[in-house]
Design a binder for this molecule. Structure first.
Ligand code: PHE
Length: 336
């Protein structure tokens, strides 16, 4: 074939492709020109018979032709993928997308914000990376307290740690605002716990803080927590305070809800006691007010801290905390 003949074949092939009316015709032209036994591969194979002096010009012309044919076929929407395109079966069932559900921890946090919202509490936020002052010192926790120990807390350096509780958000809120203060502070917290069915090195708390220039009492705290218990767990849930110790509250209590499963009679969920521990709480220690520049004689308040996993586990009957982190859709979809 001479270059002139090649030029004729080229324009003919492009005209044929342009005129092809359906997918089958395009496919037939693909086979005719660039298929394994098509005319262009045959010309490439025949290159060895072309006189050496003409080879470069001839080779170039064939490659250009091939590229044009491919482009023209592709513009017809088929080209190399012709077989696949023809094989698309529009009667096949569509791909099935399963809808997710809100995670139980998010649901507990949102529900808590809603309940305390009714009582005039707003949501405050703080960083997961804290300093010693906010996480310990201003919370009246001395350097020798076991919670400051390297074996209990993730320290980055002498002053920087992963917060062990949401209580530092109390400090941040008081430093930035004047009383009255009513906030809840949900968030992620970290302790050097080994993970088992009820512990995780990374868990969530919801802090609550109320400070006012009017006298605030332990009875106020109890009534607010009783309201929260009923809203979160259902009617009839009672609240019990047990004396405890926290460095930043005085007096301090641990808070139990009566077991919502057996109504306080005793069952597996409450380990036969009729009560389930859910929070730490107490009246804000005057020394904490001193650390944030409030006059301890002029203000009073209460604080509490819930474990979010705790509430989720008892509310939804989840026996193992690890299920909350595994992202197994078979588990999560049951709570939707
Ligand atoms: N921060 C305490 C803890 O993590 C809980 C708590 C919060 C206790 C507020 C009293 C007041 O155990």
């Amino acid at each position: 074939m001479t270059l002139a003949e090649l030029e004729i074949a080229r324009s003919q092939s492009l005209a044929e492709i342009a005129a092809a009316g359906d997918a089958a015709a395009v496919e037939a032209l693909r086979v005719k020109y660039i298929g394994r036994n098509g005319s262009i591969p045959a010309l490439i194979k025949g290159m060895k018979d072309v006189p050496p002096a003409e080879r470069p010009a001839f080779g170039k012309a064939i490659q250009a032709w091939k590229a044009e044919v491919e482009k023209a076929l592709a513009e017809k929407g088929l080209g190399d993928k012709a077989e696949k395109a023809v094989a698309a079966d529009l009667t096949m069932p569509g791909r099935w997308f399963t809808l997710g559900a809100k995670h139980p921890l998010s649901r507990v946090i949102e529900e808590t914000a809603r309940i305390f919202g009714h009582l005039g509490f707003t949501v405050a936020d703080g960083p997961e990376l804290e300093n010693r002052f906010n996480n310990f010192t201003a919370l009246n926790t001395p350097a020798h307290h076991p919670s400051q120990d390297r074996t209990d807390t993730f320290w980055f350096n002498d002053d920087c740690l992963l917060r062990t509780q949401t209580s530092p958000v109390q400090i941040r809120t008081m430093l930035a605002n004047k009383p009255p203060i009513r906030v809840i502070c949900p968030g992620r917290t970290f302790r050097r716990d080994t993970t088992d069915a009820t512990h995780s090195a990374n868990f969530h708390q919801i802090e609550g803080l109320y400070v006012d220039t009017k006298p605030v009492s332990l009875a106020d705290l109890k009534s607010v927590l009783a309201y929260f218990a009923r809203e979160m767990m259902g009617d009839g849930v009672k609240v019990r305070f047990r004396p405890h110790f926290f460095p930043f509250t005085e007096p301090s209590v641990e808070v139990d809800f009566s077991c919502h499963v057996c109504k306080g009679k005793g069952c597996r969920v409450c380990k036969d006691s009729g009560w389930i521990e859910v929070a730490g709480a107490g009246m804000v220690d005057p020394r904490v007010f001193g650390f944030v520049g409030y006059d301890p004689k002029a203000v009073s308040g209460y604080a509490f801290g819930f474990g979010v996993e705790r509430i989720a586990m008892i509310k939804y009957g989840i026996p193992d905390i690890r299920w909350l982190y595994e992202n197994d859709i078979r588990f999560l979809s049951q709570l939707a």
